[in-house]
Write a protein that binds this ligand. Sequence first.
Ligand SMILES: Nc1nc2c(ncn2[C@@H]2O[C@H](COP(=O)(O)OP(=O)(O)OP(=O)(O)O)[C@@H](O)[C@H]2O)c(=O)[nH]1
Ligand SMILES: [Mg+2]
Length: 340
Amino acid sequence: MGAGVKRLPRRRLTADQYVDGILAGDRIVLARAITLVESDLPTDADVASEVIERCLPHTGCARRVGITGVPGAGKSTFIEALGIHIADERGERLAVLTIDPSSPVSGGSILGDKTRMEQLANHERAFVRPSASRGHLGGVARRTREAMLLCEAAGYPNVFVETVGVGQSETTVRSMVDFFLLLMLPGAGDELQGMKRGILEMTDLIAINKADGENRGRAARARHEYENALHLFPAAADGWNPRVVTCSALTREGVREIWDAVLEHRALMESNGWFERHRSEQALEWMKEALLFGLEQEIRRDPAVRRRLDAVQQDVLHGRVSPFRAARELLTLFRPPTSS
Ligand SMILES: Nc1nc2c(ncn2[C@@H]2O[C@H](COP(=O)(O)OP(=O)(O)OP(=O)(O)O)[C@@H](O)[C@H]2O)c(=O)[nH]1
Ligand SMILES: [Mg+2]
């Protein structure tokens, strides 16, 4: 259970002020609203859910794109290149949310992301928001999903989520985006890149990045290998055949084609009815997460559980009781609040 990083209390706005600001596309209010939904303070929870609830009718049309890949694959550089293409050549606004599960340890990655996406972060059509997971992946998912919706309501028709592909974060992110893009490095097998086979299966497009200079040949070979690997998977029910391409986030070669593929995918999903189905599935996932989160909150707040929690945790730590029995005991103590 993640002990959140202590933050200084900040001045909060009223729900009306958040909603009005977001719907007017005010980036400062948007950023503050995301801080609100990321907050661990129980006093923020009610305002946060009201703001989300009222923003929801203004969401649903954006392209939600998840981008994953091992550390150093070039995700941030790629998003910047793609973002500049979207903002400058297509004249569209975009929001970028980055999840960084490693940040509690490395500390510096978040700042790193900000500098790597400097051009985009300073672009008038872009909104870049890094957030730390604080080692609590479920929490990240909930917050990222809600942050995504706030961005949509603020008038961003393209929303990107960058996640480091080393843990479970990609499964979670997969459940909240329409298109899932995997960035790979040339010349390294997927075992080497720490990628589980399962990730390939949920990918809509694999881009072998850094296909520049001496890497070109290796990137082309990697592309063939992944194409062959994808052929082994059964065809997806929604009719989209995952693609493998090469690109260079540095020279920006191939980046435009990747965005074209995202648009093509959206058009196909809209024409064959799968867009709605995917979105319904996303809504269901969201509900399940919200349910589990709510339950966890209730359990943490339960007076009887709170009284025993420390002692039970110590018992588990010292091997005096099995984790399973400990959890059972706490659940037995838990009394759900009676509904009013
Ligand atoms: N040659 C070359 N280098 C690249 C390319 N894309 C990114 N890089 C370099 O690779 C390094 C890592 O790039 P990032 O964009 O920070 O990678 P990332 O995947 O976001 O990394 P994390 O956020 O730490 O997981 C940087 O030094 C980039 O300049 C590319 O297409 N070609
Ligand atoms: Mg990055």
